[in-house]
Structure formats: C-alpha cells, structure tokens
Design a protein around this ligand. Structure first.
Ligand SMILES: [Fe+2]
Length: 161
C-alpha cells in the first residue's frame, strides 16, 4: 500500500518522504500526549483539582489543534496519514503515564517530562526541515514548539517547589 498520492508540490519527492515521516512521528506523539492530558483531566484528584482539571483540558485542546496542523501539512505534501488512535499508541515515542492516575504531582512531573521530550524532538525536526529547505514545515514546527515550550512552563509552574 502506498503512503503517497501524486501532488504538484514544489518539494522534491525525497524531501516530501523525509518530511512526512517527521510529521507523522510528531503526529503520533501529539495524539498520544493529547490522550494523556485527557486522562489527567479526567482522573486527577487533590486540593488543586480545579486549576489542574482546567489546565489539562486547555492543553489537550491545544495538542489536538497541533495534531491537525501536522496531519494537514503531511496531506498537503501528498501523504496518506496513518494516525488512528491505534497507530498513535503503537508509534508514539513518549513515556507511559504514571501508574497512579489520580496523583497531582505525579501527573505534573510526567507531563512536564513528556512535553520536554516533544519539545526536544520538535527542535531537532526544525533543524532537519531547514536543512531540507522546507521553510513552511520548519515554520509550522517552530510555531508548535513555541506553544509546547509555553505549556511546559505552565505545567512546571503548577508543581510545588
Ligand atoms: Fe472535560
């Protein structure tokens, strides 16, 4: 089964293949992390329930918007996107959620680590997109990285010192 459909995109076929592999990898990470933020939103318990419940939902919504941007960029480059929940779960490079799905600090530490891992991947991907002379993908990834870094700040700022 082909992963690609014909397109008049100005990027070379080799660039499109490598760029779409990156976009799909980050898409799977992002969908996985969206699900994890939802699980945190639904399950967290404790004295900070109200702010954390709301924060986790806000970030989950942001991740879903990023997932859409990643998938549609891949689509614009001729990619058939394989990113069902099953594919995302199998292909994500992010760590598993904490064993205790209710603990506030365990969730905050875990989600901070996952956001930081996603940020690291995005920064490497930006450099790769620049090297491949794909400024549109580099810009999309840069905007996403800026938001992910901001969300990491929000999560870290809720952690008791
Ligand atoms: Fe909700």
């Amino acid at each position: 089964m082909s992963h690609d459909v014909p397109t008049r995109s100005c990027l070379s076929p080799a660039t499109r293949v490598s760029t779409c592999a990156v976009l799909e990898a980050r898409l799977r990470d992002t969908l996985d992390l969206h699900g994890q933020f939802r699980a945190a939103h639904w399950n967290v318990r404790g004295p900070r329930f109200a702010p954390l419940h709301g924060l986790f939902e806000e970030i989950a919504g942001s991740l879903l918007a990023h997932a859409d941007d990643l998938a549609e960029r891949a689509g614009a480059l001729g990619r058939i996107v394989h990113a069902t929940v099953r594919a995302a779960a199998a292909g994500s490079g992010l760590p598993e959620p904490p064993a205790d799905l209710t603990a506030e600090d365990a969730w905050l530490d875990h989600l901070a680590g996952a956001l930081a891992a996603l940020s690291r991947s995005l920064h490497a991907d930006i450099a790769a997109a620049d090297a491949a002379r794909d400024p549109v993908t580099a810009d999309l990834l840069t905007q996403m990285a800026a938001d992910i870094d901001k969300r990491l700040w929000f999560i870290e700022s809720h952690r008791a010192r």
